[in-house]
Design a protein around this ligand. Structure first.
Ligand code: GDP
Ligand code: MG
Length: 596
């Protein structure tokens, strides 16, 4: 296709503002999906995506559209909508020349609208502002057109109005895409360079890599090279999604499509990497490549120890499909054999856990998620800590933790509540702007550790659900962080060690000790439970000794009752873990690790 007739665009929106529904309407209007095959959220393929209504993996679809009399080709690139996947979003945006900034006409601008808009601006995209859901009785298109126009600096009259549900205004929107979005430019005669913006694993075909060709062209049967690793592969198939995979002879300047090389592991085909040809290849890669970096770690343990090999196989399979997933074996005195697994964020963790349980039938215990700490010792040695129980002992000079830049948007009546919340989470305010008279944007830097657990829930409850949040990592900062250990009868329980700010160490210790006192059954002897920083005990509870043997309750004769009791006791023992001399039912660990 002549690049002048191509338009590559994406839709960016806050979650639930109607991106997937708008994509559905476009598929229908352009005729690439027939009416009878249509189903809602056509492009959201994974089960979890459909059930949770979120888009995790991005997709690209090629659609014909005749604006006026000239047939054009539109490539619509769907982007993941959640903060954990910011890097994937940014690569999808980099494959486009323009974007539709979609805003719910009953809600207005939200945090992800802004975060995505900033990413689009960084990528120099032409931005088409659009209000969706104008069919809703609660829609206030005039008000929000003003808000949007103010934000991006256009005339309120330039804000398009559509209903993705009824289809109203969608054809006009496609005409505007052709009119406003620039055609891709590239050098057709230069050595081939294509940017990978997505890479998915297909059980039958291996890895399917989505690319945008920037310069030159890629053809079937050619040998390609990944510029970050130098690895070469033969192009077994090349083509476009329309919306099903359709093979072609090749992809030229500006075109978006897929590659299949037979590799089985997405880590060989990394998002952001540049593909070139092995012969007469390019020497300078396209910019913007980053290795995926796990931000949050958690220990995953099978509830039934004999499931360990199954868990290992399952993680191996998931990793084929998920370049950001990292793991290594780990043993815990309390929980047995398991893995320390790294995730991009909390949603990523939840999705992986859910897939392990659902697709692989595993029952798992997850330890409390933690971020990665960098520790510098006084003698200058450095440690990277992904598991709190491995926090170094000895003379520590400095501990650094990851921080994020957070954007919060809410009605202005909640400013006080939000500031208070951010304060208790060790946040530093960076700025505040009014989007309109009654809605405000607050910017904070916050330690990642303070927001990964329950920040979003706390924010929602303090703002009656009206606040939205987005954040991105901005590096690390030093903090007064200490490790709190929990000891049972003098022995450390590794699964409960946590790294917390010193001002919060006491509260953490008291909470865990109290929880464990409730959960641990009485033993033959008294069991002290302590929370300690190094050798200093900061909280203490006691499980008192059992008064009498369990059998003393039965007076002499009743044999069958006695046997029943003994059997019951034996059954209970099976799932006991020994921590030093103390017997702890595994359920106690699970209960203590579940958040309250
Ligand atoms: P996404 O998270 O941005 O992909 O949003 P979805 O496309 O999944 O839409 C979120 C919800 O809004 C769904 O329940 C849609 O049916 C609904 N929705 C989307 N567009 C419209 C619209 O134009 N009008 C109305 N009334 N509802 C819409
Ligand atoms: Mg969606």
């Amino acid at each position: 296709t002549d690049p002048a007739l191509l338009r590559n665009f994406c839709i960016i929106a806050h979650i639930d503002h109607g991106k997937s529904t708008l994509a559905d309407r476009m598929l229908q209007l352009t005729g690439v999906v027939e009416q009878r095959q249509m189903r809602a959220q056509y492009l959201d393929r994974m089960d979890i995506e459909r059930e949770r209504g979120i888009t995790i993996k991005s997709q690209a679809v090629r659609m014909p559209w005749a604006a006026g009399d000239t047939p054009h080709v539109l490539n619509m690139i769907d982007t993941p909508g959640h903060v954990d996947f910011t890097y994937e979003v940014s690569r999808s945006l980099a494959a486009c020349e323009g974007c539709i900034l979609l805003v719910d006409a009953a809600q207005g601008i939200e945090a992800q609208t802004l975060a995505n808009l900033y990413l689009a601006m960084e990528n120099d995209l032409t931005i088409i502002p659009v209000l969706n859901k104008i069919d809703l009785p609660a829609a206030q298109p005039d008000k929000f057109a003003g808000e949007l126009a103010h934000l991006i600096g256009c005339d309120p009259g330039d804000v398009l109005r559509v209903s993705a549900k009824t289809g109203e205004g969608v054809a006009e929107l496609l005409d505007e895409v052709v009119r406003q979005v620039p055609a891709p430019v590239g050098d057709a005669d230069a050595p081939a360079r294509a940017m990978i913006f997505d890479s998915v694993y297909d059980a039958y075909r291996g890895v399917v890599t989505y690319v945008k060709v920037v310069d030159g062209k890629l053809g079937r049967r050619e040998r390609i090279q990944m510029m970050s690793t130098g690895a070469t592969h033969e192009l077994l198939e090349i083509g476009v999604n329309s919306p099903e995979m359709t093979p072609s002879d090749g992809l030229a300047v500006g075109e978006v499509g897929y590659l299949i090389t037979g590799v089985k592991d997405v880590r060989q085909s990394k998002v952001g990497d540049t593909v070139t040809l092995q012969r007469h290849g390019a020497t300078v890669p396209l910019g913007g490549y980053k290795d995926p970096k796990p931000m949050v770690f958690s220990g995953l343990y099978p509830i039934d120890g004999s499931d360990y090999p199954a868990l290992r196989d399952a993680l191996e399979k998931l990793q084929l499909n998920d370049a950001a997933l990292v793991y290594e074996p780990e043993t815990s005195a309390a929980l047995g054999f398991g893995f320390r697994v790294g995730f991009l964020g909390l949603l990523h963790l939840e999705v992986v856990r859910e897939r392990l349980e659902r697709e692989f039938g595993l029952d798992l215990i997850a330890t409390a998620p933690n971020v990665v700490y960098q520790v510098t010792m006084e003698d200058g040695t450095e440690h990277t800590v992904t598991n709190p129980s491995e926090f170094p002992t000895g003379k520590i000079a400095e501990v650094r933790e990851p921080v994020v830049r957070a954007t919060l948007i809410a009605p202005s009546e909640f400013i006080g509540a939000i500031m208070e919340l951010c304060q208790t989470r060790r946040g530093t305010m960076q700025g505040m702007d009014y989007l309109s008279e009654e809605r405000v944007e607050l910017r904070y830097t916050l330690p990642l550790a303070e927001i990964v657990f329950d920040f979003f829930d706390a924010l929602k409850s303090k703002t009656r659900g009206y606040a939205s949040l987005d954040y991105e990592p901005t590096g690390e900062q030093a903090g007064a962080l200490v490790k709190v250990d929990i000891l049972l009868h003098g022995d450390k329980v590794d699964a409960f060690s946590a790294i917390v700010h010193k001002d919060k160490a006491y509260a953490y210790g008291v909470k865990m000790a109290g929880k464990l006192r409730e959960l641990i059954p009485r033993q033959q002897f008294e069991v002290p439970i302590q929370a300690a920083i190094g050798a200093r005990v900061i909280a203490r509870e006691t499980v008192r000794a059992m008064r009498k043997d369990v059998l003393s309750k039965c007076y002499g004769g009743d044999i069958s009752r006695k046997r029943k009791l003994l059997e019951k006791q034996k059954e209970g023992k099976k799932r006991m873990k020994m921590v030093g001399r103390v017997e702890v039912p595994q359920e106690a660990f699970i209960a203590a690790l579940s958040s309250d």
